[in-house]
Write a protein that binds this ligand. Structure first.
Ligand code: NAP
Length: 283
């Protein structure tokens, strides 16, 4: 094996990955704590992923894993008892080298739970979820863990919704989850919180997936998208008097937990928050 240099390398692995704000957050944290480490971007094409993983640079100590590799990375990691649920969850977004073995984690669950509970009390609440992809899986897991009452899910890809329902039944047999045949069938008027975990809203030309008339002031609207900071959904929700948040808080807290898993040190929260805000403002 190659000799390891002094600087530990961390990074974000994805395709695309250049737009990621994680390097800003982590490098700011390394600097303030005087940790000799650097956080880089690894934009690796799908056909090159196996080669990249098999010949991983020995200086790389940990990676955040983003679209489209959160599922594919599973076969590369060792899951211990604490993280065995990730196999069913089907998504790992952080890997850490420990004694030459790669351990897998999902810090999106913590990121969403931690931020959600700062802005909304999910306990006993009725939830509507748009999307059943990787992020929605973390959201659903988190809602069940936080004691939400029920979740109704809509995704254009019904096989994804089915997969998410199966996962939830396996992990939380007594938790109430259901699939909706359309956005209308989510019955948003009867829900306490609406969560968008689809990418719809990222593009200027994207529509708002819900009717303005379904939004109201005692609804909470959580859009996982953080770029743009205010999607059409959030604009309309605010107009209706609903309380809202975007995905910046989730991004921050998933980064905080990843940093702690990488370094074993408490993360400098304010420094990471400030670096992220600056990054978002410069987008
Ligand atoms: P994903 O795995 O691609 O899942 C998105 C799902 O939404 C797909 O199943 C997609 O179906 C579905 N969808 C697309 N258009 C839809 C529509 N009109 N109605 C209902 N469902 C629709 O993506 P992801 O990784 O879960 O990410 C989803 C979003 O969350 C992205 O915007 C991402 O940036 C954001 N995110 C934010 C954070 C954060 O920290 N804030 C973390 C993770 C993800 P098709 O595949 O058939 O289009």
């Amino acid at each position: 094996m190659d000799k390891k240099s002094i600087t530990d390398i961390y990074g974000v692995l994805g395709y695309p990955a250049q737009h990621s704000l994680s390097p800003l957050m982590h490098n700011a944290a390394f600097r303030v704590l005087n940790i000799n480490a650097e956080y880089k971007t690894f934009e690796i094409k799908p056909e090159d992923l196996d080669h990249f993983l098999e010949r991983m640079d020995p200086d790389i100590q940990g990676l955040n894993v983003t679209i489209p590799y959160k599922e594919r990375i599973l076969k590369f990691v060792t899951l211990d008892a604490e993280s065995s649920h990730l196999k069913q969850l089907g998504a790992v977004n952080t890997i850490v080298r420990k004694d030459d073995v790669w351990k897998g984690f999902n810090t999106d669950i913590y990121g969403f739970s931690k931020h959600l509970q700062e802005v909304f009390d999910p306990h006993g609440k009725r939830c509507a979820l748009l999307g059943a992809g990787g992020a929605a899986r973390a959201v659903c897991f988190s809602l069940a863990q936080c004691g939400a009452k029920e979740v109704a899910i809509f995704d254009v890809d019904t096989s994804r919704t089915e997969g998410l329902l199966q996962m939830m039944k396996g992990l939380f047999p007594y938790f109430s989850v259901s699939s909706a045949g359309s956005v209308k069938d989510l019955n948003i008027k009867d829900k306490d919180i609406l969560i968008n975990a689809t990418p719809v809203g990222m593009k200027e030309s994207d529509p708002c997936l819900v009717h303005e008339a379904w939004l109201r002031k005692d609804l909470f609207v959580y859009d996982l998208i953080y770029n743009p900071a205010e999607t059409k959904l959030l604009t309309l929700a605010k107009k209706s008097g609903a309380r809202t948040t975007n995905g910046q808080g989730m991004l921050l807290y998933q980064g905080v937990l990843s940093f702690e898993l990488f370094t074993g040190q408490p993360a400098p929260l304010d420094v990471m928050r400030q670096a992220l805000s600056q990054g978002v403002n410069n987008l």
